[in-house]
Design a binder for this molecule. Structure first.
Ligand SMILES: Cc1cc2nc3c(=O)[nH]c(=O)nc-3n(C[C@H](O)[C@H](O)[C@H](O)COP(=O)(O)OP(=O)(O)OC[C@H]3O[C@@H](n4cnc5c(N)ncnc54)[C@H](O)[C@@H]3O)c2cc1C
Length: 442
C-alpha cells in the first residue's frame, strides 16, 4: 500500500492539492478534466475498488458477460501517466478547519481543495430481519461479491422494491435459474416515473421472464432460520414466501455518514449551490451525494444517474481550472433496460399527464414497443418522449426540445430520430397514421 507521505513527496508543493473522495463517474470525470486543464496535484481517495469501474455494468459481471477487468474504462497505467494519484482508503472524518482528512488506518491527509463525490448507498427502512444473512442491497463491488456468496445455494429469492436496480437484480438472479418473487408496493411497476400504459407493458414483459411480480405487495418482515439466515418473508397482506435470499432495492440515498460531526452542511445529501460549492470554502460536492439548494426547473434536488455525475464532474473541473461556471444540464434524459426492452426518455414525461399537457401513445400489437409523446395543449410545443423497444437519438430530441418544435413537426420527422440498427423494421408510418387519427386539435 502507498504511504500517504510518500505519495505527497511525488508532487510539487507549490501546486494546489485537489483531493477527491470517491472514484466513481463524478469524481473520476472531475479528476480527468482538472488534469486536462491544470497542473494541480490531484489525489483520488476511494474505499471501494483501487480503480474506477463502470457501476452500471455490475450486472453483466454476475451474468458472466463481462469480467471485472472489462468494466474498467481506463488501463491501470493511465493514472500514473496522467499524474492522478489513487489511494484505496476509507475516510472517516473531514476536518475543514484544518483542511485535513482522517483515514481509517489513522493516517491524516491534507488538501487545498476538497471535492466530495462519495455516491450513494442502498436504502434500508428498519424492517425486522433486514440484517440477516443472505439479505442485502446492490450498489457496490463488495455487494456484488456478497451476492455471489449469498446466492450460491439459493433456489428462491425475493426482491423488495420495484425500480431500475430491482429489475436488474431480477434479471441477474433469473440468469442463474433462481425463482424470483418481486414485491412492488405500488399499484404498477415504477409508476411514480412511468405512465400506467408503459408500466403495464413492462409488467407483462417481466412476467414473461417467469418473474413472480406481485404488485401492491409490501414487505412486513424477514424471517430467520436457526442460523440467522433468511428462510422466508411475510408481506403486509399476511402472505409468507419461502426464500433463501432477499434483495433490498428500495432506492438509494447519499453516502455521507462519514461527514457526521463535520461543519459541512447536509440534508439528505451534501448541500450545494449551482457551482457545487458547499457552505465551507474550498469544499465541493458532486454526483449522487450532492443536493442542490436551488433546484433547476424540471430537475431533481439529488440527481442519481450516471450522466449527471459526469456533467457535475465536468462542470466543476471547468470552474476550478478555467472560469467559474454554473451547472446547466439542459433537458433531462435517461435510459435503462428492462430485460430485453430498452427504455429512453427525453424531456419531461410525467407519470400522470394532466393539463396543460396532453400525450399521444402508440404501442405495437406484440406489446414490446411503444412511444409516448407529450406536448403542451395550448402551444402544441413538444415537451418530452418515452420510447420503449425503439432506439432514439438523444442529439435529435435535445435539439427539438431546445428549438421548441411543435408536436406535428416532431411526428413528421420522427424517422430522423430513429437510431435502430440497419434492417430493423420501422414503424414511423403506422405511428403517424394513428397520430393523425387521434390528435385532431392541430
Ligand atoms: C446496479 C446499478 C445499476 C445502475 N445502472 C444505471 C444506469 O443504467 N444508468 C444510470 O444512469 N445510472 C445507473 N446507476 C446509477 C449510477 O451508477 C450512479 O448514479 C453513479 O454511479 C453515481 O456516481 P458517483 O460518482 O456519484 O458515485 P459512486 O459511483 O457511488 O462512487 C462513489 C465512491 O466513493 C466511495 N466512498 C464513499 N464514501 C467514502 C469514504 N468515506 N472514503 C472513501 N471512499 C468513499 C464509494 O465507495 C464509491 O466507490 C446504477 C447504479 C447501480 C448500483
Amino acid at each position: 500500500m502507498v504511504a500517504v507521505k510518500d505519495l505527497l513527496k511525488r508532487y510539487n508543493a507549490s501546486n494546489k492539492h485537489v483531493v477527491i473522495i470517491g472514484n466513481g463517474i463524478s469524481g473520476i470525470t472531475c479528476a480527468r478534466n482538472i488534469r486536462k486543464k491544470s497542473d494541480f496535484c490531484i489525489t483520488v481517495i476511494s474505499a471501494e475498488t483501487a480503480y474506477h469501474f463502470s457501476r452500471t455494468a455490475l450486472m453483466y459481471i454476475y451474468m458472466g458477460h463481462l469480467r471485472y477487468e472489462d468494466t474498467k474504462p481506463y488501463e491501470d497505467g493511465f493514472w500514473n501517466k496522467n499524474k492522478i494519484n489513487l489511494l484505496n482508503r476509507y475516510i472517516t472524518k473531514v476536518e475543514s478547519s484544518t483542511k485535513t482528512l482522517h483515514l481509517s488506518n489513522g493516517e491524516i491527509f491534507s488538501y487545498d481543495i476538497l471535492i466530495i463525490a462519495s455516491g450513494s448507498k442502498p436504502n434500508k427502512f428498519g424492517w425486522l430481519g433486514q440484517d440477516l444473512k443472505c439479505v442485502q442491497g446492490l450498489y457496490s463491488f463488495q455487494d456484488l461479491q456478497l451476492l455471489e456468496e449469498n446466492t450460491k445455494n439459493a433456489k428462491q429469492a425475493v426482491i423488495v422494491g420495484g425500480g431500475l436496480i430491482g429489475v436488474e437484480l431480477a434479471e441477474m438472479l433469473n440468469s442463474r435459474n433462481i425463482e424470483v418473487t418481486f414485491l412492488v408496493r405500488e399499484k404498477h411497476f415504477w409508476d411514480k416515473v412511468m405512465p400506467v400504459q408503459e408500466a403495464k407493458l413492462i409488467e407483462k414483459h417481466i412476467k414473461e421472464h417467469h418473474i413472480n411480480l406481485k404488485l401492491e405487495s409490501e414487505l412486513q418482515e424477514i424471517l430467520s432460520d436457526e442460523n440467522g439466515k433468511v428462510k422466508a418473508i411475510t408481506t403486509k397482506l399476511g402472505e409468507t414466501i419461502t426464500c433463501q435470499f432477499v434483495g433490498l432495492t428500495v432506492g438509494v440515498s447519499p453516502n455521507i455518514s462519514f461527514l457526521n460531526g463535520s461543519e459541512i452542511k447536509t440534508d439528505k445529501g451534501i448541500l450545494v449551490n449551482e457551482y457545487f460549492e458547499t457552505n465551507i470554502k474550498d469544499v465541493y460536492a458532486i454526483g449522487d451525494c450532492a443536493q442542490f439548494t436551488t433546484v433547476i426547473k424540471g430537475r431533481r434536488a439529488i440527481e442519481q444517474v450516471w450522466y449527471t455525475g459526469r456533467m457535475h464532474g465536468e462542470t466543476l473541473a471547468h470552474s476550478l481550472t478555467v472560469i467559474k461556471t454554473n451547472y446547466n444540464p439542459g433537458h433531462w434524459f435517461n435510459s435503462a433496460k428492462f430485460f430485453d426492452i430498452e427504455y429512453q426518455t427525453y424531456g419531461n414525461v410525467p407519470s400522470i399527464i394532466a393539463d396543460p399537457f396532453n400525450s399521444f401513445y402508440w404501442e405495437h400489437p406484440v406489446g414490446k414497443m411503444c412511444i409516448r409523446v407529450v406536448y403542451n395543449l395550448q402551444t402544441h410545443v413538444f415537451i418530452g418522449i418515452n420510447a420503449f423497444g425503439i432506439r432514439m437519438r438523444h442529439e435529435v430530441f435535445n435539439r427539438w426540445l431546445v428549438e421548441g418544435k411543435e408536436i406535428s413537426y416532431v411526428m413528421e420527422h420522427l424517422a430522423e430520430a430513429n437510431f435502430d440498427p440497419e434492417f430493423f423494421v420501422r414503424y414511423e408510418t403506422e405511428i403517424n397514421l394513428k397520430f393523425k387519427k387521434e390528435i385532431v386539435v392541430l
